[in-house]
Design a binder for this molecule. Structure first.
Ligand code: PEP
Ligand code: MN
Length: 338
C-alpha cells in the first residue's frame, strides 16, 4: 500500500503512522521525497482497513501497489535512483559507459584496453575473472589472478571496476576488493547468491536471465531490495528466441517498459545481447535513444585473437568510433557521457 501524506503533514504524523503500520504486522517504509512524504506498507494489506487511513487528516491518498514487485516499483519511489559504482553514478542525467574485455587474459592487454576505453570516455572498467561457460572446454577466466589484475589496473587508472561472481565465495572475494559485483544472466534466479549479494552491501549489476521475463527480472531485483540493498542496476542483455540471426535477441522494449515501472537504473549490454560485433554500435545508439542509463561493451585489443567473446567485441578503434557517434545521440535525449 502507498500512503501519500499531505505537503504540510508534520514529521510526527509520519512517525505515528509508521508505528501503527508496524503494529499491524506489516513492513513500514518511509520515503521522504522532494515535495511530500510517501509511506509504504508491505504485507497483507487487508489489515490496514482498521487504521482508517483515508480519514486521517494528514493523509492525501492511499492506493494499493498493483504490481507483484513493490520495492523496485516507481509507484513506491517516483524519482529515479542513482546507484554508485565507486565514484561513478549510474542513473540520472549521465549515460554510463562500462567497457573492457569479456575475459581478462593478462595484465598487459587489460592495461592497454583500459587506457583506450578510458581515453575514449568509458567510466567503469569491466572484465571477467570468473566466467560462466556453456562448455567445460572453454576458457573459464584467470580466476583470482584475473581479479587481482583487474583491481590493480582499475586502481592505477582511477577507474571503478565491474566483474561477475558465480558463487558466494567469489562474491566475498570481489566485494572485499571492490564496491560492485555483477550477477550474470545464468544466475539471475540463483536466490541464495542474490541474498548473499544483497547482504554484502555492494552495488549489484543484475542481468536478465536468458529466458526470463521482465517481470521475473524485476522480482529478482525485488529480492535484493527486500534483503535491504537498494544499490541495484538492471541489465537488458538479450533473450533466447526462435531467431537464429544472432545468439540472442536484444529486447530494447524492456528499457522504456522498465523505466516506467521501476526507479532502478537500466543498462543495455549490446555485446552479450547480440553476440555479433556488427550489431554492437547500432544497438548502443538505440539503447541511448530509448532511455537506457548506460551500456556494457566488450572491447579487446585484437578480437580475432580473444580467448573469449571475440565475435562480440569491438577493437580499440571501433570503440573510439562508437563513442564519437554516441555523444550527439546521448545529448539529443538529454544525457551527458559521464
Ligand atoms: C558477461 O558480461 O561477460 C556475461 C557473461 O554476461 P551474461 O551473464 O549476460 O551472459
Ligand atoms: Mn561476456
Amino acid at each position: 500500500m502507498i500512503i501519500v501524506l499531505k505537503p504540510d503533514a508534520p514529521p510526527e504524523a509520519a512517525k505515528e503512522l509508521l508505528a501503527r503500520i508496524e503494529e499491524k504486522g506489516l513492513t513500514p517504509l518511509h520515503m521522504p521525497g522532494s515535495e511530500r512524504v510517501v509511506l509504504g506498507a508491505l504485507g497483507d494489506e487487508r489489515v490496514l482497513a482498521e487504521l482508517r487511513l483515508e480519514s486521517n487528516p494528514h493523509v492525501e491518498s492511499v492506493k494499493p501497489i498493483l504490481a507483484p514487485y513493490k520495492l523496485v516499483s516507481r509507484e513506491l519511489r517516483p524519482e529515479d535512483s542513482v546507484v554508485r559504482i565507486g565514484k561513478v553514478g549510474v542513473g540520472g542525467e549521465s549515460f554510463a559507459v562500462i567497457a573492457g574485455p569479456d575475459a581478462i587474459e593478462d595484465a598487459e592487454s587489460l592495461r592497454e584496453t583500459a587506457e583506450a576505453v578510458k581515453a575514449a570516455g568509458a567510466s567503469v572498467l569491466r572484465g571477467g575473472a570468473f566466467r560462466p561457460r556453456m562448455s567445460p572446454y572453454a576458457f573459464e577466466g584467470l580466476g583470482e589472478e584475473g581479479l587481482d589484475i583487474l583491481v590493480q589496473t582499475g586502481a592505477a587508472l582511477g577507474m571503478p571496476v565491474l566483474t561477475e561472481a558465480l558463487s558466494e565465495a567469489q562474491l566475498d572475494r570481489i566485494v572485499a576488493a571492490e564496491d560492485a559485483v555483477q550477477i550474470g544472466a545464468r544466475n539471475m534466479s540463483n536466490f541464495p547468491l542474490l541474498k548473499a549479494a544483497a547482504a554484502s552491501g555492494a552495488a549489484i549489476v543484475l542481468k536478465r536471465g536468458l529466458s526470463a521475463t521482465v517481470e521475473e527480472l524485476l522480482l529478482a531485483a525485488e529480492y535484493l531490495l527486500h534483503e535491504g540493498n537498494d544499490r541495484v542496476i538492471l541489465v537488458e542483455r538479450g533473450v533466447r528466441t526462435f531467431e537464429t540471426n544472432a545468439p540472442a535477441m536484444l529486447d530494447l522494449t524492456a528499457v522504456p517498459f522498465i523505466k516506467r515501472r521501476s526507479h532502478l537504473p537500466v543498462l543495455v549490454d549490446p555485446s552479450n545481447g547480440t553476440g555479433r560485433r556488427e550489431l554492437v554500435a547500432p544497438m548502443t545508439l538505440a539503447a541511448a535513444a530509448c532511455g537506457a542509463d548506460g551500456v556494457l561493451i566488450d572491447v579487446h585489443p585484437d578480437p580475432a585473437a580473444a580467448r573469449a567473446g571475440g565475435a562480440q567485441a569491438l577493437d580499440h578503434e571501433g570503440f573510439r568510433r562508437l563513442m564519437r557517434q554516441l555523444e550527439p545521440v546521448a545529448q539529443a535525449v538529454g544525457r551527458s557521457l559521464a
